[in-house]
Design a protein. Structure first.
Length: 209
């Protein structure tokens, strides 16, 4: 098409110099087009490199953040596992101690119950009854086990015909029924149970603290 446009200008009527001038113009246009194309190619190449560098930088940044998040997650999970393990260990230790204390309390109670079968039980029972009667004051009656009624009469307090089910001891009650002193072995042991627990804990686990 370019030759068609330039053809009239190359006609012999315009002369040989005119044709040579047009050739130079074509060469100059070609060189300029080549230079412009090279600039565009170089600019596109540089832009591509910039995009590649930016993408690489962004990828490394994302990779670094991901690695940091993974480390934080692992550290958090590790801390949680350690905390959970410590808590479980404390629970197991606490449960073991409670079982040891409960077993020791059972043994103390068993020894306490044996008192009712000992030679000093009569004196103890009479002391319990008299103490209860003094606390109430005035007329009162006493409730004891069936096998203890003969012993209880020595305390000088009216012994009820009703028997109570207990390991030993007595319940002293005012005759009007308004005031009652419970001194059965079960009640006495329950009142002292916390103190006994503290003593047992100190003896059993003082070396572990």
């Amino acid at each position: 098409m370019e030759r068609m446009l330039l053809a009239p200008l190359m006609h012999p009527i315009y002369g040989e110099g005119t044709c040579m001038g047009l050739d130079s113009l074509k060469h100059e246009i070609a060189r300029e087009s080549e230079r412009e194309a090279k600039k565009l190619i170089d600019a596109a190449d540089e832009q591509g490199k910039d995009i590649a560098r930016s993408s690489e930088k962004d990828a490394k940044s994302k990779e670094k953040r991901a690695a940091s998040e993974i480390e934080e997650t692992l550290a958090s999970e590790k801390s949680e596992r350690i905390a959970a393990a410590r808590l479980d260990a404390k629970k197991i230790l606490s449960q073991a101690r409670e079982e040891a204390i409960a077993s020791a309390l059972d043994k103390v109670w068993a020894e306490f119950v044996k008192i009712s079968k000992g030679k000093d039980y009569s004196a103890l029972l009479n002391a319990i009854i008299k103490k209860g009667a003094d606390e109430i004051g005035g007329d009162c009656r006493v409730y004891v086990r069936k096998e203890d009624k003969t012993i209880a009469k020595d305390a000088g307090v009216e012994v009820s015909e009703k028997s109570i089910d207990c390991a030993g001891g007595a319940i002293v009650e005012g005759k009007d029924g308004k005031v009652r002193v419970n001194s059965t072995f079960e009640q006495l042991f329950e009142e002292k149970k916390d103190d006994i627990r503290k003593d047992l804990y100190a003896k059993l686990f003082s070396d572990e603290e």
